[in-house]
Design a protein around this ligand. Structure first.
Ligand code: NDP
Ligand code: 2IT
Length: 448
């Protein structure tokens, strides 16, 4: 069987078995199509059913999360944990709290995480979880009661060497604190490495808060340098205004770029003088407010309703850092028309498949999420190492390791693309480089 026939066969099986799961099917289709040359070179992977096994999560846990709101009413949410692949290490991946969360979204994220974690070079498998709970507008006490109820089931399935969750959309230091406190209480064990993204006073790692955004910029800078350019003097548009967007904005600005826009799900702000990040951090990290409030402090900036319109701003570098599917083909065409040179993904799967094709066709440099945003989970793995050793590295030590990991991810992705006959296609190279390590580990461990 040729590589193409094998991939087509598996994609059609996945479509039948996962009906209507658009995000999951998109993620699988994108990855599998770029692996065709790998199967032509390694028919032994076909014989061992590597793909058939890889597209089926090892374990999926769905559970009821009842909690009591501030008015005394009973609320019920649905909890998810998908333990996708443990070939190279314990399941590792974030928890997302957002009303849109469903089985398809958690599965796509877990699938992607498997290759991303492989790319980091560290021994971590792939997993993801979350709930359709909406933290917006909830009091701290409500978030705490939800987190405790969520953990009262999740703790049965996670562990230092089994599965190590962390943050994602809607889960930051506050939520990880509540989750960890409850885990410790019901397990009677200070297993600090069971969650990452912890506060610095109880086993967190310096640099984890910054890691995804900084890592995205380190990766993108390496890609730019390799093409004889850099962030210096570039105009940058970043979507989102959460953890990833804020620290991408900080590092890009430090490297001499001017970030002119940030957004949230309601709209975007445009500041031609460059975003004042202290103002954004006060709104988003301290008050949990809306990006629109930026105008209260910087009245010369503009606010535009509707987050998708952010891609209409003329820029050299676009960094989508909000959510999946946020940069579609129409947005890609506008970016291209306005002369964008680079699109590099901080969010997971923010660019739709047709938009990626359009960008690549037009010669825009493309940094795919599983490579470009791997800095967060890489730093999580560094946090696990520090917890195991019961010591803490300095910010500089962590940052240095992060930089090295991101440069290596770029180089390995670039080399894999060349080796498999598609030089410059970092998306294909990242898929192949991430996949081969997982496939080799699965081959070595037999049919399990
Ligand atoms: P945050 O919760 O800190 O911020 C999310 C941001 O994205 C907010 O500005 C939010 O706006 C916006 N957003 C969320 N959902 C939507 C939506 N449906 N439409 C438009 N805007 C939306 O999350 P993170 O910054 O941590 O995560 C952002 C992305 O980066 C996600 O795709 C995540 O999976 C990915 N990622 C995160 C990592 C991490 O370490 N945190 C690591 C690697 C990837 P609003 O407030 O209006 O909802
Ligand atoms: O998508 C991701 O890589 C994350 N949300 C980070 C996961 C982690 O375990 O740090």
């Amino acid at each position: 069987m040729s590589g193409r026939e094998y991939v087509n066969k598996v994609i059609s099986e996945v479509e039948k078995r996962n009906l209507g799961e658009k995000e999951f099917l998109d993620a699988v289709t994108e990855v599998l199509n770029s692996l065709v040359p790998v199967f032509d070179k390694h028919p032994e992977y076909i014989k061992e059913g590597i793909l058939e096994r890889l597209v089926e999560p090892e374990r999926q846990i769905f559970f009821r999360v009842p909690w009591i709101d501030d008015k005394g009413n009973v609320q019920v949410n649905r909890g998810f944990r998908v333990q996708f692949n443990s070939a190279i290490g314990p399941y590792k991946g974030g928890l997302r709290l957002h009303p849109s969360v469903n089985q398809s979204i958690i599965k796509f994220l877990g699938f992607e995480q498997t290759f991303k974690n492989s790319l980091t070079g560290l021994p971590i498998g792939g997993g993801k979880g979350g709930s359709d709970f909406d933290p917006k507008g909830k009091s701290d006490r409500e978030v705490m009661r939800f987190c405790q109820s969520f953990m009262s089931e999740l703790y049965k399935h996670i562990g230092l060497d089994t599965d190590v969750p962390a943050g994602d959309i809607g889960v930051g230091a506050r939520e990880i604190g509540y989750l960890y406190g409850y885990y410790k209480k019901i397990k009677n064990a200070n297993d600090q490495g069971v969650l990452t993204g912890k506060g610095l006073t109880y086993g967190g790692s310096l640099g984890r808060t910054e890691a995804t955004g900084y890592g995205l910029v380190y990766f993108t800078e390496e890609m730019l340098n390799d093409n004889n350019t850099s962030f210096e003097d570039k105009k940058v548009v970043i979507s989102g205004s959460g953890n990833v967007a804020i620290y991408a904005c900080k590092k890009a600005t430090e490297l001499g770029a001017k970030v002119v826009a940030l957004s949230d799900s309601n709209g975007y702000i445009y500041d031609e003088n460059g975003i004042n990040l202290d103002v954004v951090k006060e709104i988003k990290e301290v008050r949990r407010g809306r990006i629109k409030e930026y105008l209260d402090k910087v009245p010369t900036a503009k606010y535009v309703e509707g987050c998708r319109k952010i891609w209409e701003i003329k820029c050299d570098i676009a960094l989508p850092c909000a959510t999946q599917g946020e940069l579609d083909i129409e947005s890609a065409k506008i970016l291209i028309k306005n002369g964008v040179k680079v699109v590099s993904e901080g969010a997971n799967m923010p660019t739709t498949l047709d938009a990626i094709e359009e960008l690549q066709k037009s010669g825009v440099m493309f940094g795919p999420a599983k490579a470009a945003n791997a800095g967060g989970v890489a730093c999580s793995a560094l946090e696990m190492s520090q917890n195991s050793m019961r010591l803490s590295w300095t910010f500089e030590e962590v940052d240095e390791k992060l930089k090295e990991i991101m440069v290596n991810i770029y180089k390995n992705s670039k080399n894999a693309a060349e080796e498999y006959g598609n030089p410059g296609n970092i998306l294909m190279g990242a898929n192949i480089s991430g996949f081969v390590k997982v496939a080799e580990a699965m081959m070595a461990q037999g049919i399990v």
